[in-house]
Ligand binder design. Structure first.
Ligand SMILES: Cc1cc2nc3c(=O)[nH]c(=O)nc-3n(C[C@H](O)[C@H](O)[C@H](O)COP(=O)(O)OP(=O)(O)OC[C@H]3O[C@@H](n4cnc5c(N)ncnc54)[C@H](O)[C@@H]3O)c2cc1C
Length: 438
């Protein structure tokens, strides 16, 4: 039974970079003081910060040691958690529907359920957009969830095991990564590093045996980031021997090769799709809420959906256009730092809503972009009010990159526990293999 009956019901669907921070902040304030009933719903039982997925795919991070259990987080932070996958909305009745669930052996676990809300926040994130490229679904691996990242890792380990046992020392693993945005570039560098490490542990997957090709439709790597960063990253990729093909659109993906629009045929053993994002399909027909072409919900700068003031949305599944003082406008990019900032604003706005105060508008502060090139380096820029844009490279950039995850941890666990987790990570690193080998 819900002990918070009679309180304002805040339902947050999606416990990712944005939704989980929001539930935690609201729980610590409104939930703790019994001023609202906060319910977080997620399709999974545990959270892992998505920007870590390329490290899980390469095996340089054991996802189990970095995941957070929603039930535990809820009990520590005065909110409730229910597992479930949202698939419907009734705005008149103010209810959402969760699909029935089964356990891992496909035995029915929970029936279809209806959940009532007074304020609803949709924070269900995004997944990769394959732009309906023929063969992509059948022949590509994706990097949207821990399971998918682990599938990539398993695939690479199995292949290394297989070629280690073969007599022919020249067997090469051809890895094609489609999309040289931040995800594709970071994954390429991480896989390159993993190949180096595998050979240390006796597997035949040395850099010489692994050919990584990054394919990008735009005319440079990292087309969405400033050209200076793109140039810096391209230099590093060239240095470590990652082959890049820019201005190349993939037209068909087959089991052992891929075809490009300009007629090239590239041999592949593993193809990973890392280009583009779109919101989950169910958002497209959600009781009249407005969406754009990539299924993102259109929201006002207050983060309220354009058709319903009781429903908010944040993070990758929301499209928020901001008009600046100089009259120009831009759409908030789908990034962890945007989801983090929106969670902070929504914490304030939901409290203001309960006190019938006017809501605040979201102002996106771009703190810069850092691209991790595994242990090789990191490249990027930091933006500050006083300093403007400062270009960083190497060790210092890598330290700033690592601090992004620590900031997410601080939002979830607070300073002291994050400090203890850092010590635990240091100890773990000195006592376990540098690569997950199973
Ligand atoms: C490999 C990779 C690397 C990245 N690197 C960076 C980086 O370096 N810097 C950066 O700023 N950004 C990075 N990003 C982007 C960043 O991860 C996202 O912008 C951010 O996670 C978005 O947060 P979110 O809360 O909107 O969604 P998510 O973090 O994706 O969370 C969505 C949550 O909703 C749940 N969910 C989905 N559908 C349903 C449903 N129907 N019902 C219930 N629950 C549901 C999911 O289980 C998930 O927990 C990266 C992304 C990837 C994939």
């Amino acid at each position: 039974m819900n002990k918070n009956q009679g309180l304002h019901r805040i339902v947050i669907v999606g416990g990712g970079a944005g939704g989980l921070e929001l539930a935690t902040r609201l729980g610590r304030t409104l939930g703790r003081k019994k001023q609202a009933d906060i319910l977080l719903i997620d399709a999974r039982m545990t959270h892992i910060w998505k920007p870590l997925l390329h490290e899980v795919a390469a095996g340089s991070l054991n996802s189990y040691s970095d995941e957070l259990n929603y039930l535990a987080q809820a009990s520590w932070n005065h909110f409730r958690f229910q597992p479930g996958t949202m698939n419907g909305l009734n705005r008149k009745e103010k209810t959402i529907t969760l699909a029935s669930t089964t356990d891992t052996s496909n035995t029915p676990l929970l029936p279809e359920r209806t959940i009532e809300y007074d304020t609803l926040v949709i924070a269900v994130g995004s997944h990769t957009n394959d732009f309906n490229t023929p063969g992509a679904q059948e022949n590509c691996l994706f990097l949207d969830s821990r399971e998918q990242a682990e599938r990539i890792h398993q695939h690479l380990i199995s292949r290394s095991m297989k070629i280690t046992e073969q007599e022919d020392a020249d067997t090469t693993t051809n890895i094609a990564i489609i999309g040289a945005g931040a995800t594709g570039v970071e994954l390429a560098a991480e896989l390159h590093h993993a190949a180096q490490l595998m050979s240390r542990y006796g597997l035949k997957s040395d850099v010489g045996n692994t050919r990584i090709t990054l394919l990008e439709g735009g005319n440079r790597v990292l087309p969405a980031l400033p050209e200076r960063i793109s140039k810096g990253v391209q230099l590093q990729l060239d240095r470590i021997g990652i082959h890049t093909m820019t201005g190349t659109l993939v037209s068909q993906i087959n089991k052992d090769n891929l075809e490009t629009r300009d007629g090239k045929n590239i041999e592949t053993d593993v193809t990973i799709w890392a280009a583009g994002i779109k919101g989950p399909q169910f958002l497209q027909n959600l009781d009249g809420l407005e969406t754009n072409k990539i299924n993102q919900l259109l929201v006002h700068p207050t983060l309220q959906t354009t058709q319903d003031d009781n429903i908010f949305s944040l993070g990758d599944c929301a499209s928020c256009t901001i008009t600046q003082k100089n009259g120009t406008s831009f759409t908030v990019p789908p990034r962890a730092q945007a989801a983090h900032q929106q969670a902070s604003l929504l914490t304030k706005n939901i409290k203001r809503r309960l006190q019938q105060q006017e809501l605040l508008s979201f102002e996106y502060r771009d703190h810069g972009s850092l691209i991790s090139l595994s242990s090789h380096s990191a490249v990027g820029n930091l933006m500050g009010n006083l300093t403007g844009s400062v270009m960083l490279e190497g060790w210092l950039a890598r330290m700033f990159y690592l601090s992004l995850y620590r900031l997410h941890q601080i939002a979830l666990y607070g300073f002291w526990r994050t400090g203890m987790l850092m010590v635990k990570d240091l100890l773990e690193r000195s006592t376990t293999p540098k690569l997950k080998l199973h």
